[in-house]
Design a protein around this ligand. Structure first.
Ligand code: FPP
Length: 265
């Protein structure tokens, strides 16, 4: 009897999720979702585990969320996997975080490729250990012609450095005559950023209850819808992603203007 009830409960949950997905697909999807995956350390601490166990669990969640985002038809998913400030952590943790992309890609790259996902990366690649760079380069090369979800890892990424570098490049191009002062505008500035190939994020998710941007895409997030949850990243599920997208779909984006129908009032 208990077994039967359990089956009924789980099939009901699956049905509900299927309905949710169908409903979501009838509405405007965020083209680009960015996620600050926070709370791995706290997840581990709650279980008296080392912090790296939290990062390992977090990696498994990356797999699940990537699959769902691709299935939904999201165009770009940017994941903040390591910031330029994360080097300040204990060496053992940094070493582990640097190994994660390799571990993730060694087991998941064939499936990503099969599912038409294109892997890309933004951040200061030169400072990454050679083996990390090689794993990422291999994934980028293998998936470069794929047309499904763009899975963009922000690895050794920091927005302020990115902005300063853009300013330096612009000033060089002004000096060498590649551009003139009249060319300067928001689009031109964006084209000097690491995200030049990507649309701006429509939805930013941050887990673990922290309410800040932590040097993540400060320019690009100007008009992004923000969604925060107390859930720690290793506990983040497909259902939470659907919840974030549902919240996005209920928002009214005005980009500083007002809606046409309000003009007539
Ligand atoms: C922040 O949580 C999380 C990170 C600095 C690392 C995020 C990395 C992953 C989720 C895995 C990435 C996977 C791949 C495939 C590259 P925290 O450690 O600051 O947590 P805390 O605030 O609870 O201490």
């Amino acid at each position: 009897m208990l077994k039967k009830m359990k089956f009924w409960k789980s099939s009901r949950t699956i049905m509900a999720e299927k309905d949710r997905v169908e409903f979501i697909l009838q509405n405007q999807l965020p083209n680009h979702i960015a996620i600050i995956m926070d709370g791995n350390g706290r997840w581990a601490k709650k279980r008296a585990l080392p912090r790296i166990a939290g990062h390992h669990e977090g990696m498994k969640v990356v797999k699940k969320i990537t699959k769902l985002a691709n299935r939904l038809g999201i165009k770009t998913l940017t994941l903040y996997a390591f910031s330029t400030e994360n080097w300040k952590r204990p060496k053992q943790e940094v070493d582990y975080l640097m190994k994660l992309p390799e571990e993730f890609l060694s087991s998941f790259l064939p499936e990503l490729n099969e599912e038409n996902v294109q892997v890309c990366m933004m951040g200061y690649k030169e400072q990454l250990p050679l083996s990390t760079r090689n794993a990422v380069d291999k994934a980028i090369e293998t998936t470069k012609d794929n047309t499904g979800l763009k899975l963009n890892f922000a690895l050794n990424y920091g927005s302020r450095s990115e902005i300063i570098d853009a300013i330096k490049d612009i000033s060089n191009d002004l000096k060498n005559g590649e551009i003139t002062e009249t060319d300067l505008n928001e689009d031109l500035f964006s084209s000097y950023l690491m995200t030049k190939e990507l649309p701006e994020p429509d939805l930013l998710i941050r887990t673990s209850g922290e309410l800040r941007l932590s040097n993540f895409m400060l320019w690009q997030l100007a008009y992004t819808e923000l969604w925060f949850t107390d859930v720690l990243w290793p506990d983040f599920s497909e259902g939470h992603l659907l919840e974030a997208i549902e919240a996005f779909q209920s928002r009214s984006r005005r980009y500083g203007g007002i809606h046409k129908e309000e003009i007539r009032k």
